[in-house]
Design a binder for this molecule. Structure first.
Ligand code: 6GU
Length: 230
């Protein structure tokens, strides 16, 4: 998969992309990333990329020119056409189902804006889908883009060390994960549940399923109401 990011702050991505799973995915050739600075496409001598909103009001709006020019430049960097995604709190809320959907794409083009928002013609003119990562406001789309990159890339076949670990994730079946334990068997008087030491794999699977359901009911009942889990 190739992921292009259009941003005013390419340096914000350097550390997350150079650690852990995202680093390994790039080293293994599963993931190619490219960061492009929208400001390089400003046509103004002050490198301006935002301006006051028509109709008045506070804040600044991302101008369409630099974003369009940047997008068209980036689209041409690779033959595979990229799926354009605009990061904005107005977008559809990102979830595990969306991560799976995006992980099936060959190329994504993420557009992160700063300031109060994008000129509406960026969304309509580029035919970009809008995604938000939750109901709160970030100062820009960069952190949201990184969240999406992480959630998507770990789903690519071969990105995780242990092939099974993405299947058991919270949400992959619409339920929270069961509790995990590792050594020692007793820690400060707290014991590992006996069943996990029993070696009875069928019983252990049943116990884990029960615990998943129990904690989903208790902590995230909303997942059971909209989910298709049994
Ligand atoms: Cl994608 N952008 C911004 N600026 N704030 C957000 C967001 C995105 N998702 C949640 N809050």
């Amino acid at each position: 998969m190739r992921i292009d990011v259009l941003t005013l702050f390419p340096q914000m991505f350097e550390s997350p992309l150079s650690c852990s799973i995202l680093k390994r995915a790039q080293d293994n050739g599963l993931l190619e990333t490219a960061l492009t600075d929208i400001r390089d496409f400003s046509t103004d001598s002050y490198n301006k990329v935002d301006d006051k909103p028509y109709g008045g009001g506070p804040g600044m709006v991302m101008m369409p020119g630099p974003v369009f020019d940047c997008f068209e430049h980036v689209q041409k960097l690779s033959p595979e056409e990229g799926r354009p995604i605009l990061l904005t709190p107005q977008g559809q809320q990102f979830d595990q189902a969306k991560a799976l959907e995006l992980a099936a794409e060959k190329r994504l083009i993420l557009i992160a804006g700063k300031y109060e928002g994008f000129d509406e013609r960026i969304r309509t003119g580029l035919g970009a889908e809008q995604i938000s990562i939750g109901d709160y406001v970030l100062s820009g789309g960069e952190l949201a883009a990184m969240v999406i990159i992480d959630a998507v890339v770990r789903l690519l076949a071969g990105a995780l060390g242990d092939e099974d670990s993405a299947k058991d994730d919270s949400f992959s079946e619409g339920l929270l994960e069961y509790p995990h334990y590792t050594r020692p068997e007793v820690f400060r008087g707290m014991k590992v549940p006996e069943i996990l030491l029993s070696g009875d794999h069928a019983k252990i699977a049943e116990w884990r399923r029960h615990k998943s359901l129990e904690r989903t009911k208790k902590w995230r009942p909303d997942l059971l109401r909209n989910g298709d889990s049994t």
